[in-house]
Design a protein around this ligand. Structure first.
Ligand SMILES: *Cc1c(COP(=O)(O)O)cnc(C)c1O
Length: 471
């Protein structure tokens, strides 16, 4: 493709993206395809001769688009949001255009330095402890794995990196922790048998006394308690583990304290939610995802550590071919995470933070929290429905329960209700299980979601419940 063709296609694609975002409600939120539907339409081998962009783009629209689930749809209430924004999309275009690989300072100084700047901005904005240092990772899963690896090296005096694991290290998460903690624990060599799932209270938050009991029990067995992963805003129900008490226990027992705030992190910039984040000063590492609820295209996860030296000692490698003249004066982020190669993710964050401004971001979050409150009230005021967990932010857990159906039948009813709701194509929500009960999750946080979409969702939920009851 020559430059003229690139320009022509580029303008057309920007138009297409603008139209897509503007008209997104005409698509069913969730893809309506069956397994294999897409593969069947694409040849099994690459073309021998190059094809025209016209043909490729046509196939994108005809084959690929119907197989996409539309995460930017205002009826998106599934999982958690993964916001983009026009600003972030444009920054991604520039990033792709430059195509830089930003593994060390010298391979693009601006990428490293801007990453230091935006992680510093976000630290101020979220009122995180001043002595923390941030780095951008691809995902929270990777950041949590980094935390577990650092914890492992920290407690073993950097011995596991040298000699391998001796199988006595234990990590602690709540029963409601995200699966990435377990996955990280397995990858980091702890072994699933050495992951303790601490019981939660009626709000689905970790019980600190159970945590301490488990730690002491392991110490008495001669095992080495290594790390606690606490969650702020759990995936199932948005629960907040008590940082104050967990932090105190970690300190007392010499255990690494990692906090996973993948979804809820941005709420730390709101004064009225700051109580949920109390106790961060005792935390060793912290992750949150601007790619979830902060308008920044996937992927972009910010990881903060109190002591970067422990992280870089865990991760650093020093082959001759990667040495540069400024290694002692600059940060080489290759040593701050798992992959060597790094995308320039700071640029889109910078675009978002600058164009929204602090006020714009706060307004954005507050509107979703208001809509969460609005939806929660609808649920609570309806005798046929019940709230299933505290709703601090935009995530509301609820289910149908008018009293006439019980036990497993009630779970089945709610499962069918969810399928009925989602089959309409106007909204998409997903489920979880809380206290062995099947629960619907209404996760409000899409950039374009307004009150009318929440009202519409509630109307659909009510209609589908009635249909199912009358069946
Ligand atoms: C979404 C989520 C994760 C996983 O995030 P990735 O960036 O996809 O790895 C981890 N923890 C919590 C609490 C989450 O909500």
């Amino acid at each position: 493709m020559n430059t003229d063709e690139f320009r022509k296609n580029g303008y057309a694609f920007v138009d297409w993206v603008a139209d897509y975002l503007e008209e997104i409600e005409k698509y069913p939120v969730k893809a309506r395809v069956k397994p294999g539907d897409i593969k069947r339409q694409v040849p099994g081998s690459p073309p021998e001769k190059g094809e025209s962009m016209e043909d490729i783009f046509r196939d994108f629209k005809e084959i690929i688009l119907p197989g996409m689930t539309h995460w930017q749809h205002p009826g998106w209430f599934a999982y958690f949001p993964a916001n983009n924004s026009p600003e972030s999309i444009l920054a991604e275009l520039l990033t792709a255009g430059m195509g830089a690989q930003c593994m060390v300072w010298a391979t693009s100084p601006a990428a490293t330095e801007l990453e230091e700047v935006v992680t510093g901005w976000l630290k101020q904005l979220l009122q995180l402890p001043e002595n923390w240092v941030g780095v951008i990772q691809d995902t929270a899963s990777t950041a949590t794995l980094c935390a577990l690896l650092t914890a492992r090296e920290w407690v073993s005096d950097f011995g596991v990196n040298e000699k391998g694991m001796e199988g006595k290290f234990v990590i602690y998460v709540s029963q409601e922790a995200h699966s990435s903690a377990e996955k990280g624990g397995k990858i980091a060599g702890f072994g699933r048998e050495n992951i303790r799932y601490i019981e939660t209270d009626e709000k689905y938050a970790m019980k600190p006394e159970e945590l301490e009991r488990a730690i002491i029990e392991d110490e008495e067995k001669g095992l080495r308690p290594t790390a606690v992963v606490a969650t702020l805003g759990s995936t199932s129900s948005g629960a907040f583990d008590p940082l104050d008490e967990v932090g105190r226990i970690c300190k007392k027992h010499g255990v690494w304290f990692h906090v996973d705030a993948a979804y809820a992190g941005p709420a730390a910039m709101l004064e009225e939610k700051s109580h949920l984040f109390r106790g961060l000063e005792n935390v060793d590492s912290f992750v949150f995802n601007p790619h979830k609820w902060l308008l920044t295209n996937f992927d972009c996860s910010v990881y903060y550590v109190k002591n970067p030296e422990l992280l870089t000692r865990t991760m650093s490698i020093d082959p001759e071919y990667l040495k540069t003249a400024h290694d002692l004066e600059v940060k080489n982020f290759r040593d701050w995470g798992i992959p060597l190669g790094r995308r320039f993710r700071a640029l889109k964050l910078w675009f978002v933070l600058r164009s929204y401004g602090v006020e714009g971001l706060r307004d954005f979050l507050r509107e979703h929290i208001r809509l969460g409150e609005f939806f929660k009230n609808l649920v609570e005021e309806d005798p046929d429905f019940e709230l299933m967990a505290p709703a601090e932010l935009g995530l509301v857990c609820f289910r149908y329960n008018a009293g006439e159906i019980k036990g497993e039948d009630l779970d089945n009813f709610n499962r069918q209700l969810m399928e009925g709701i989602n089959s309409r194509g106007e909204v998409f929500l997903t489920h979880t299980v809380l206290g062995e009960k099947f629960v619907l999750r209404m996760a409000i946080g899409q950039r374009t979601t307004r009150e009318e979409h929440v009202r519409k969702a509630w109307k659909i939920i009510k209609e589908e419940a009635k249909n199912l009851k009358d069946k």
